[in-house]
Design a binder for this molecule. Structure first.
Ligand code: GCU
Length: 682
């Protein structure tokens, strides 16, 4: 663990600037902790370690009354001395459970909130302020998360593999057991807590045989995992197999309306809460991609989810029910079935039927984490159902962490997307958080991108995606630029040349990746199975419902009401009209919504075919540009981290040429239309 990449954005280097260092040093010599809780002590430990590293002196720790006039004071607001509470005015009522205040009064800095967890977030915030060069004078911060649930989904299997994992093996499991040494899990919990994550589902949504037993046989080990996360304020969830009563319970059915089944789950819940009193709940992939579910028994999603909700309800547990449900045995000849419509069609009709402790987890797009797709119309379609926005940090369709693809700008577009469900201001961020319809639960979940690679994420710069996810889940209105800067300074230090260069690289990388892969929102064009590398027709004649319909004359999927599948009607006006209209549909989504001739003119003034050629050529060049940009940083970044990134960027540049040539060649052969600039196409 000596490589610096292991510490990610928690490098805590000695502060170089003497004035800044002194200013913190005069207030950070003593950490006074009011209260006993484990999470509060985590906060104090983190502060002590961070301060020691950044200032060079280990602070004194006191319990209760501070010994010196100059100090850092942390604790729950209600436990703090009256005069301090008065100085924080009405904070108590404004902070909720997880919000915090950081306030400098002379030579004292107070970190407080209504819970220990809030104090932990304050501690990490103060360390971030220090790392980012922000002085302690006059600090007066009141911050609270926009989203109640800020969740991570691990797609880890107990054999140690990770579904769609690109950074080594699982840090949780080996040989069908939970690992004994949880040091690495603890370090992960720390990274997650530092950006405000408060929930984690620790196993793959596709629950295989051994994993089905996490709820019984492996419970003592799951409880050890929960202990580690609890110290960092993170609640543990499990993905469960809907057929568990049959598979491990020896029942003949898993019918949600069967009294025996209901009792079976109630018993399971009781056992779990005996072992893990703050257990978060279940994450469920049911009736999706061959996973069992209530359909088998002629029941629907609401029946299925409510039955589990009833079992967990008495303990405050949640059921997170995924909406990634579609027909994955489609016939490619069938032009009427449209996978994009599936989630909305399956769930909208059940609005209002789900119990209060059920949350529907909805992928950002209607298909599956493509580099570009529209926002799922299910956001804005339900007013009486708790919802959670699901994102994918792991780069399944965006280059397997071998390509640089910084996803924060994409997620920002999703969060800021205006659904018009309740007029203007009905953004996805407002819907997911629960604010728009005043829902009890809401927030964000994302599939993790980490494994046991020393640098966690394979591509070192992919750490920025994990960081950015956490920051956005806390505060969706942060800008991509702010998040990017923060990450760079904490990861590589204050060198402005590094900050400018890396920031530009990250912020352009999504667009670069898009420009040499599938064009104009059409998606896929990847090798089946792995989803890596170009294969234009890889999914064209498959059962998965993912087609581009390219022929000699044109390309794209007609999803209009007038002549196509009718998908555009799932949006509210004026969105539905915008997508329906060939003239008004945004260029970048054109082929998602319309089938057009190659000679169709885009808003940019180019024809579709010329756009395909131009952006593939430019994309490959810009990928090469990333290599050069990084090379310009040689000597400014330690050699080990410099080299590991360089290696990946060089591989990306090569692979981008492959993408360029495969796609260009395919369309030149299909269309017979030459490149206007006469460049080499094969
Ligand atoms: C994608 C992915 C699968 C995953 C699924 C899901 O289809 O390729 O590996 O299981 O999403 O989200 O459930």
């Amino acid at each position: 663990k000596t490589d610096r990449s292991y510490a990610c954005w928690l490098q805590v280097e000695r502060i170089g600037e003497p004035a800044l260092r002194d200013s913190y040093a005069r207030r950070c010599g003593e950490i006074a902790v009011v209260g006993e809780g484990a999470v509060l002590h985590t906060a104090a430990d983190e502060l002590a370690a961070g301060i020691a590293a950044m200032l060079g002196d280990v602070p004194v720790r006191t319990a209760g009354q501070p010994r010196y006039a100059r100090h850092l004071l942390l604790g729950k607001l209600q436990d703090l001395p009256a005069e301090i509470r008065v100085s924080l005015a009405d904070a108590e009522s404004r902070l909720g459970e997880e919000g915090y205040v950081i306030k400098t009064c002379g030579d004292r800095i107070v970190l407080a909130g209504n819970t220990d967890r809030a104090v932990l977030y304050a501690a990490f915030r103060l360390l971030r302020l220090m790392a980012c060069g922000c002085g302690p004078e006059e600090l007066s911060i009141l911050d609270k998360p926009a989203n109640g649930l800020r969740m991570i989904n691990q797609w880890d299997n107990m054999d140690g593999s990770i579904e769609r994992g690109y950074a080594g093996k699982s840090i949780f499991y080996r040989n069908n057991r939970i690992v004994d040494d949880l040091t690495r899990v603890r370090d992960y919990a720390r990274l997650l807590a530092s950006v405000g994550v408060n929930a984690i589902a620790v196993n793959n949504v596709n629950v295989h045989d051994e994993e089905t037993r996490l709820i019984d046989r492996h419970l003592p080990d799951v409880s050890r995992l929960a202990d580690v996360f609890r110290a960092y304020g993170i609640r543990l969830f499990l993905s469960v197999n809907y057929a568990s009563p049959v598979q491990i319970g020896a029942l003949e059915t898993a019918d949600p309306l069967d009294p025996g089944v209901r009792k079976w789950w109630a018993d399971i819940a009781r056992n779990i809460y005996n072992a893990i009193p703050d257990f978060g709940g279940f994450l469920v992939k049911a009736d999706s991609e061959f996973r069992p579910g209530p359909f088998t028994y002629g029941r629907d999603h609401a029946d299925g989810a409510n039955m589990l909700a009833e079992a967990l309800g008495p303990y405050g547990g949640l059921v997170i029910w995924r909406c990634f449900v579609y027909n994955c045995l489609q016939d490619w000849r069938d032009r009427t079935t449209d996978r994009a419509k599936a989630a909305y069609d399956h769930f909208k009709g059940h609005d209002g039927r789900f119990k209060d402790n059920v949350i529907l987890q909805i992928k950002n797009g209607p298909m599956d984490f493509q580099v570009r797709e529209p926002v799922s119309p299910l956001f804005g379609a339900m007013t009486e159902t708790n919802q959670l926005l699901e994102l994918q940090i792991t780069q399944e369709y965006t280059g397997h962490q071998r390509h640089l693809c910084y996803l924060v700008p994409q997620w920002k577009e999703v969060l800021d997307f205006e659904t018009y469900a309740k007029g203007e201001g009905s953004t996805v961020a407002q819907i997911a958080s629960g604010a728009l319809y005043n829902r009890k639960y809401g927030g964000m979940a994302a599939v993790s991108n980490i494994g046991d690679d020393l640098n966690w994420t394979g591509h070192l710069l992919a750490q920025a995606n994990l960081y950015g996810y956490g920051r956005l889940a806390w505060n969706p209105s942060l800008s991509s630029e702010e998040i990017t800067r923060e990450w760079i300074v904490q990861t590589f230090g204050p060198d402005p040349v590094v900050a400018d260069t890396v920031s530009r690289m990250l912020l352009e990388s999504w667009n670069i990746y898009e420009s040499y892969t599938a064009p104009l929102g059409v998606g896929w064009m990847v090798n089946p199975g792995s989803h890596y590398g170009p294969n234009v027709d890889g999914y064209e004649y498959s059962k998965w419902g993912t087609y581009h319909y390219a022929d000699h004359a044109g390309i794209g999927v007609d999803r209009t009401v007038r002549t196509g599948t009718g998908y555009t009607a799932q949006y509210h006006p004026p969105r539905s009209d915008e997508y329906e209209s060939l003239e008004r549909c945004p260029d970048e989504l054109l082929l998602f919504f319309h089938h057009v001739p190659y000679t169709h003119k885009l808003k940019s003034g180019k024809t579709v075919i010329q756009h395909i050629y131009d952006s593939r050529f430019e994309g490959a060049e810009r990928a090469q540009g990333l290599v050069e940009a990084w090379r310009s940083l040689r000597g400014r970044i330690d050699e080990s981290r410099y080299n590991q990134v360089l290696e990946r960027l060089e591989e990306q540049a090569e692979h981008a040429k492959e993408w360029r040539d495969v796609i260009n060649t395919y369309f030149w052969r299909k269309s017979g239309i030459p490149d206007a600039l006469g460049r080499k196409i094969y």
